[in-house]
Ligand binder design. Structure first.
Ligand SMILES: [Zn+2]
Ligand SMILES: [Zn+2]
Length: 372
């Protein structure tokens, strides 16, 4: 079976390499040597091409003939895995079998710990244009989680004490970045009310205005993740990313991290980017209608045009914890450290926290009732 996986091993001692965000280099866990991404790319160039070709050959073969029989010859569990859309690879370091999601592009061998990249996953349309390397380490992600706990008043005390971290992983998440423009046309009915004293009386004049606005808003690199696995709201919340650090795509940034390829295409993802750019364009036009006593929007039209799309892998630390038999997911921007997550709300503490507010409110209500 042709090897479709490339392990990134230290050229000095063959230990596993991992990409270190702080230094921007690949480091060996065993002998401490470090290498630039360019050095590693040079060494691995031939192996990557070989592995990519192996993947293409296998895909062509599978498409050309009916190999159902071959599948049945394999072990039952392998056949099941294939049915579920999983892929099976052999670790080149220890030979163990790895069962991966169809979208897995980089992982590490669960048996020997060697970082593995699946170059065939980046063939053709699936090849990203850019990669944004991780800058923050696992330790920094864990620190952020602790700080996040501390700032939460509604967090049950037992949660931070007893919940234990199930998993922490650095993932290169597939994103589409859209450039384009939103052309917006809006109209409003507005009034201006003026009161002028006239003798003992006030004279109020109301002027009515028909207000129109139109404008073009250009947008660059509006991100939308292309992964079904990743919760969209979580991915939206850890923005923004600083795109000045984008590097031309290379698998040399991947050792030590997981990577997925997209399973939501650019067309589908664009719908999300479109909604965002329309909303922004309308907000900008709305903000220019000022100086009136009242403004009521009437017609609102936005036409969003897509101009350029790039496919990039962006760095995200994913943390999951378990508490009271429930899973909680947290995400941290692997470049900026922006942290977001879902935390359990303790009802006991919720009421304790609101008690201080609830009493005066009740007081006001009573006063109002008496007045009526
Ligand atoms: Zn080494
Ligand atoms: Zn292995």
């Amino acid at each position: 079976m042709p090897s479709q996986i490339t392990n990134y091993q230290c050229p000095s001692c063959t230990g596993p390499l991992h990409y270190d965000g702080a230094s921007g280099k690949l480091q060996c866990d065993y002998c401490g040597s470090s290498f630039t991404t360019a050095e590693i790319e040079k060494i691995y160039q031939a192996k990557l091409e070989e592995a990519e070709q192996a993947a293409i050959d296998e895909a062509t073969q599978a498409g050309g003939e009916n190999n159902a029989e071959e599948d049945w010859d394999s072990e039952q569990n392998i056949w099941d895995a294939k049915q579920d859309g999983m892929k099976i690879y052999n670790c080149p370091s220890c030979g163990a079998q790895m069962i991966c999601d169809a979208t897995t592009a980089a992982t590490s061998c669960p048996y020997c710990g060697n970082p593995s990249v699946v170059p065939g996953q980046f063939h053709g349309m699936l090849k990203p244009d850019y990669i944004l390397p991780f800058r923050l380490s696992k330790e920094q992600a864990l620190d952020s989680l602790k700080k996040y706990y501390q700032g939460k008043k509604l967090l049950p005390k037992a949660f931070s004490r007893t919940s234990h971290l199930e998993e922490i992983k650095g993932v290169y998440v597939p994103f589409w970045l859209f450039d384009g423009k939103a052309v917006a046309d809006t109209s409003y009915r507005a009034t201006r009310v003026m009161s002028v004293p006239h003798g003992n009386e006030m004279v109020t004049t109301t002027e009515y205005y028909d207000v129109r606005r139109s404008g073009t808003v250009r947008f660059t690199r509006i991100p939308a993740d292309g992964s079904k696995k990743m919760p969209d709201d979580l991915m939206d919340s850890i923005e923004p990313f600083d795109y000045t650090d984008l590097k031309p795509f290379s698998t040399a940034y991947m050792p030590g991290f997981l990577a997925d390829i997209y399973d939501v295409d650019d067309k589908e993802s664009f719908e999300r980017a479109k909604t965002r750019s329309s909303t922004t364009a309308l907000e900008i036009l709305d903000s220019t209608v000022s100086g009136y006593s009242s403004v009521t929007p009437r017609e609102r039209q936005v036409h969003v045009q897509r101009e350029r799309t790039v496919y990039a892998l962006l760095p995200v630390w994913m943390l999951t914890t378990r508490w009271n038999n429930k899973n909680f997911i947290f995400a941290m921007n692997g470049q900026t450290g922006k942290f977001i997550g879902d935390l359990p709300v303790s009802m006991g503490r919720y009421f304790a926290w609101f008690a201080g507010i609830a009493v005066p409110l009740a007081g006001i209500l009573t006063v109002l009732l008496k007045l009526m």
